[in-house]
Design a protein around this ligand. Structure first.
Ligand SMILES: CCCCCCCCCCC/C=C/C(=O)SCCNC(=O)CCNC(=O)[C@H](O)C(C)(C)COP(=O)(O)OP(=O)(O)OC[C@H]1O[C@@H](n2cnc3c(N)ncnc32)[C@H](O)[C@@H]1OP(=O)(O)O
Length: 277
């Protein structure tokens, strides 16, 4: 039985169920019998990842870890989109402080999500470009509904997917496929993504998607949790350490590049194009 409750303070595992009480950017539902958490991104229309959404995700992930969450499903409340990736408005003509704060929160959130000791599954119920694809790739398992698009499309926008985005993709689909996909900024249909291993399963609809996500977690939760998490983090440690030890350099890379006139021009054109659609 799922129970969703509004609350204003952080409480015990059984008392808190809707976590971002002030903004509702993240709906958190916890199954009281199994402890399985469903983290639903809820920033209409397309879950673009701005500072506030990333911060709400980060807080939720910290909470889940502290409460010894046994497993988590990441999904979206939007019918069309899992996440449209980084909020373009965060990168378009920001102040240096705002840009730094934003990038640092993106790093925080990714580090938490990529390193959870508990199993995570992305229930990808819509398009998942760029930063949206990063979120999905950071989970352990990906299930996607048909006829949507996923990929790291940054090159096509005249920007570059940071090294850790690229590493996540390489870890999943391998060097050759990742190189081709990243150079082209290729977006894959759900069916193509399944074929190259970017997603693990397709679902027929939202209900099937959630059922398959629960099935994956049931299987994982049957394994000894400590051994499971040690192996997981072992596989991910090189990718994680690269960013953790190079956070300042990564922020500098972002700041050095995002203010380049060419990058600002690409962002402006892209934002205009999306608005005119
Ligand atoms: C040369 C050196 C360079 C170095 C570079 C520096 C380092 C920077 C690294 C940055 C890495 C970036 C990662 C990213 O994630 S960038 C974001 C990429 N995202 C996309 O390309 C997706 C864009 N959106 C879409 O394609 C579609 O919106 C989508 C398929 C997701 C959904 O389509 P749908 O038809 O359902 O919705 P609309 O297109 O009508 O959109 C609705 C409104 O939402 C606005 N929108 C969409 N996406 C974004 C976004 N990412 N950020 C902000 N706003 C977004 C869209 O404009 C619509 O707004 P309005 O309702 O006001 O018109």
């Amino acid at each position: 039985m799922f129970v969703l409750r509004q609350c204003l303070t952080l409480g015990t595992k059984s008392s808190i169920r809707n976590f971002s009480a002030t903004t509702n950017l993240v709906n958190l539902t916890i199954n009281e019998d199994t402890g399985v958490a469903i983290m639903e991104l809820n920033k209409p229309p397309v879950n673009s990842l701005n500072y506030e959404l990333l911060e709400a995700m980060h807080r939720t992930l910290v909470k889940l870890e502290n409460e010894k969450c046994p497993g988590m499903i990441l999904t979206s409340s939007s019918r069309s989109t899992f996440s449209a990736g980084l909020d373009l408005l965060e990168m378009y003509k920001p102040t240096v402080d705002k840009a730094r704060r934003f990038w640092s929160m993106l790093q925080n959130t990714w580090i938490k999500l990529y390193s959870t000791p508990y199993p995570t599954v992305a229930a990808i119920n819509g398009h998942s470009p760029a930063g949206g694809c990063l979120l999905a790739m950071s989970c352990e398992h990906r299930i996607m509904v048909p006829d949507k698009m996923i990929g790291l499309n940054e090159t096509q926008l005249g920007i570059v997917a940071p090294q850790w985005f690229q590493d996540c993709m390489r870890n999943i689909i391998g060097e050759r496929q990742a190189e081709k996909a990243l150079i082209a900024g290729r977006m894959f249909t759900s069916e193509e993504a399944l074929k190259i291993g970017l997603v693990d399963e397709l679902a027929t609809d939202k209900e099937d998607l959630m059922q398959k996500a629960h099935d994956f977690l049931d299987e994982q939760m049957g394994l000894p949790p400590l051994a499971r998490s040690v192996v997981k983090v072992g596989f991910r440690k090189d990718t994680l350490s690269k960013l953790i030890n190079g956070r300042e350099a990564d922020i500098k890379m972002f700041l050095d590049n995002v203010f380049q006139p060419k990058v600002q021009e690409s962002l402006e054109n892209y934002i205009q194009m999306l608005k005119k659609k």
